[in-house]
Design a protein around this ligand. Structure first.
Ligand SMILES: [Zn+2]
Length: 110
């Protein structure tokens, strides 16, 4: 099966269509959509990476909040301060998680 080719816009040499850089002159190739590239992992933007970090932080908040609730319940008598803090933390984490998810989704839309 022949490899699909294109011509480098700089040196006009025939190069593989999927090449990101020209093997002849090293010129960066304009992005071309190719069916083989669809399976390749999505390149994350700096913004999305930041959002994903925030998201992870919120998930940790929810988990820590739930642990606080569980511990305050299984320990001797329910500690209202810890239970309250746990609920607050998991609520804030949950809301933050949803907001960040929506922002990632909106960020990804073209
Ligand atoms: Zn070239």
């Amino acid at each position: 099966m022949p490899v699909p080719t294109k011509n480098c816009p700089k040196c006009k040499k025939e190069i593989p269509e999927t090449a990101k850089y020209c093997p002849e002159c090293g010129h960066k190739q304009p992005y071309t959509v190719h069916k083989d590239q669809r399976a390749s992992p999505v390149v994350l933007t700096r913004k999305e990476r930041q959002l994903r970090q925030d998201n992870l932080l919120y998930v940790v908040g929810v988990v820590v909040g739930i642990i606080m609730i569980v511990f305050s319940i299984i320990s001797e008598g329910i500690n209202l301060v810890w239970t309250g803090l746990g609920f607050l933390l998991s609520a804030v984490g949950g809301v933050g998680f949803i907001i960040t998810r929506v922002r990632i989704w909106r960020n990804r839309k073209p």
